[in-house]
Ligand binder design. Structure first.
Ligand code: C2E
Ligand code: MG
Ligand code: MG
Length: 267
């Protein structure tokens, strides 16, 4: 059927994506809500195929995960993002951390922690400047497998974030005793701020519980001033979203960093 054909087409084109140099990263700022300062950048993969045009990650990443291509793609992303962070730091631009998304298959691969260590050594990035964003569903599908990997990453000094938290898979109590630094609150919560009181009280309890557990909370998908005000009032730590900026290609992100750095030096 049409869906299967589309997946097959994507899978075939993905095979040549490296030779054709079709991947690039965009960078999305993560901001400290109380101060407006940058707390990090998230690397987001972009694929422009000669035939299919721009294919969104939500379309090709599941295919890559199924075919196994995600392992080489994920390694490329990790290396490119760490390299970029080192380069920016070398230019005097302050990027406190670089956040990199990993898929379940990549995270659970026996070689993953070794690869992370290798890339850090190779690129010279301090481990504490790398944040690995793992999908929330991993906490449900294979917590026994995932926790030892998290511990191994913490041992190197890498930060760990749970992405899209609250999307419906997981409870906060599950995170107790897991070596996690940061919770990324799913965009659906932020979207719900303007609606009924239900989402607002959910956000409040996520923030309360996270504070108790010493977790940093990043609100995803902030698009309006009202959403930002609400989150600021509730003392949510950090935020990301189109309200502040869209994800940017490398050169534009560097300009953005230059502007922020100059601004903070004059503060
Ligand atoms: P994510 O990691 O949760 O990234 C956030 C997504 O929301 C990004 O979409 C971003 O562009 C978008 N976004 C950010 N702020 C807003 C906003 O205010 N409004 C709206 N409507 N959207 C916003 P993108 O780049 O299409 O990525 C989608 C997902 O694909 C990511 O979700 C992540 O799960 C996955 N992904 C992206 N890059 C990689 C990668 O290198 N490796 C892996 N394994 N997954 C990746
Ligand atoms: Mg993410
Ligand atoms: Mg997310």
């Amino acid at each position: 059927d049409a869906e299967a054909l589309k997946r097959l087409t994507i899978e075939n084109h993905l095979r040549q994506a490296f030779e054709r140099d079709e991947f690039m990263l965009h960078y999305h700022p993560q901001l400290e809500l109380a101060t407006g300062r940058l707390s990090g950048m998230e690397a987001l993969l972009r694929w422009h195929n000669w035939d299919l045009g721009n294919v969104p990650p939500l379309e090709f990443i599941p295919v890559a995960e199924e075919s196994g291509a995600i392992l080489s793609i994920g390694e490329w992303v990790l290396r490119a993002a760490c390299k970029q962070a080192t380069e920016w730091l070398g230019q005097g631009l302050s990027v406190q951390k670089m956040a990199v998304n990993v898929s379940v298959k990549q995270f659970m691969h026996p070689d993953f922690v070794h690869k992370v260590r290798e890339v850090l050594v190779e690129t010279g990035l301090e481990p504490g400047r790398l944040q690995i964003e793992i999908p929330e569903k991993l906490l449900v599908s294979d917590p026994e497998g995932a926790v030892p990997v998290m511990h191994a990453l913490k041992k190197i000094g890498v930060l760990i974030a749970i992405d899209d938290f609250g999307k419906g898979y997981s409870r906060l109590s599950r995170l107790e005793n897991m070596p996690i630094d940061c919770l990324k609150m799913d965009r659906s919560f932020v979207c719900g701020i303007g609606g009924g009181s239900e989402y607002r009280s959910l956000i409040r309890s996520i923030l309360n519980l996270s504070n108790g557990m010493g977790l940093t909370v990043i609100a995803e998908g902030v698009e309006t001033n009202d959403q930002m005000d609400f989150l600021l009032e509730r003392q949510c730590h950090q935020a990301q979203g189109y309200f502040f900026s869209k994800p940017m290609p490398s050169a534009e992100a560097a300009d953005y960093l230059k502007r922020l750095t100059a601004q903070h030096e004059s503060d």
